[in-house]
Ligand binder design. Structure first.
Ligand code: PGA
Length: 249
């Protein structure tokens, strides 16, 4: 398999302030000089310009947390992929479980968002994951495959340009992490699905997300099909986020 750099992406969710962002990023930039992985931070849209200015010249890539499924027009409140691109955005989360759950985003919406991002030259980080109820019903594999299939179907061979994040909903923000074996098992399923869709599937980075922290990151990142992490809570604390970055090699 072709070797690829791991990717550690922080997801700030709806947290931050101009002052807090500056302090957090200063500490991260200062501490990551010898990082061996790619690093990104997904920040609230009003902070994209601030963060882009502050990380320019560093190895940190700017990420957005969502993108409109539409190109432009009468969609009040939406932000388009081309607008993100103008702000130097390199990655965008699509289909985060909080968007699927609270904003009723469908698999088709998520696929469309991924397509808009790719068309603008932004790498979509496509989030998939099952709820606790679905896991207990033995539906994990079927759920994540259905979610990813929609994105593969619409995006065809461009699929090799995406990043996928497996985030079991029951592990997000709960302190309950999937075990490395549980995570690896799902990642292997996703890898096989991607391989059937693209001959370049080995290039696609599969991130694990869901209560990844300084203590459990190394073990998760040691799994053969875990190519990085999507980190929520721990990405808001510079020492914790740096420890995760240093665990990725
Ligand atoms: P968490 O969030 O690390 O706080 O569980 C992960 C995510 O929602 O991306």
């Amino acid at each position: 398999m072709q070797s690829k750099k791991k990717l550690i992406a922080g997801n700030w969710k709806m947290n931050g302030s101009l002052a807090a962002n500056q302090t957090l990023l200063d500490a991260i930039v200062a501490g990551m000089a010898d990082a061996q992985c790619d690093v990104a931070v997904a920040v609230p849209a009003p902070y994209l310009a601030q963060v882009q200015a502050q990380v320019s010249g560093s190895l940190i890539g700017v990420a957005a947390q969502d993108v409109s499924a539409h190109e432009s027009g009468a969609y009040t409140g939406e932000v388009s992929a081309s607008m993100l691109k103008e702000h130097g955005v390199r990655y965008v989360l699509v289909g985060h479980s909080e968007r699927r759950q609270y904003h009723h985003e469908s698999d088709a919406d998520v696929a469309q968002k991924a397509q808009r991002a790719l068309a603008a030259g932004i790498t979509p980080i496509v989030c998939v994951g099952e709820t606790l109820q679905e896991r207990e019903a033995g539906e994990t594999e079927a759920v994540v495959k259905r979610q990813l299939a929609a994105v593969i179907h619409l995006n065809g061979h461009c699929i090799s340009e995406i990043v996928v994040a497996y985030e079991p909903v029951w592990a997000i923000g709960t302190g309950r992490t999937a075990s490395p074996e549980q995570a690896q098992a799902v990642h292997a399923v996703l890898r096989t699905q991607l391989a059937a869709a693209s001959e370049h599937a080995d290039r696609i980075r599969l991130l694990y997300g869901g209560s990844m922290n300084a203590a459990n990151a190394a073990q998760l990142l040691a799994q053969p099909d875990i190519d990085g992490g999507l980190v929520g809570g721990a990405s808001l604390k510079a020492p914790d986020f740096l420890q995760i970055i240093h665990a990725a090699r």
